[in-house]
Design a protein around this ligand. Sequence first.
Ligand code: SF4
Ligand code: SF4
Length: 149
Amino acid sequence: MKIFLYDTFFIFNSVTKMGNIEAPIIGKDALGRKVEDLSVVSWWGIDRKEIEWYPKIEYNKCSSCGLCFVTCGRRVFDWDIESVKPIVAHPYNCMVGCNTCAMLCPCEAIKFPDKSYLRKVTTKARVVKKALAIVNSIVLNSEKEKSKT
Ligand code: SF4
Ligand code: SF4
């Protein structure tokens, strides 16, 4: 059985949610899917609100295209009808390490902290060590199950 590191992120998040807090629904994304308040779910054991990873908009560059608003599946952005601009309404719903909206923005108006900040946070949370421990326990359990059959 092959398990990729990314799978463990999903498993860990599920475990965290089941073990501790049920995240409340904060609204719907642009496609009408329910979105949870992920700011209450810790990130690899660190309070999400202690991690300053979220988009910042440089409004002087923003052309109001709306791409960030419609593509983010975590409802980080809301849309200010009066100014016709996005606003970062739920910053801690942003997935740590994601910068899709910044990549998509045609005006380079969205900024994130640099990679060194991300490295620091990942090291502090000992993400790789924890992920590998999860992978090892999954492999061990699966081998135990196999030996029973
Ligand atoms: S994608 Fe960029 S230009 Fe378009 S609304 Fe968002 S911030 Fe503004
Ligand atoms: S980085 Fe990803 S999760 Fe965060 S606001 Fe942009 S698209 Fe949404």
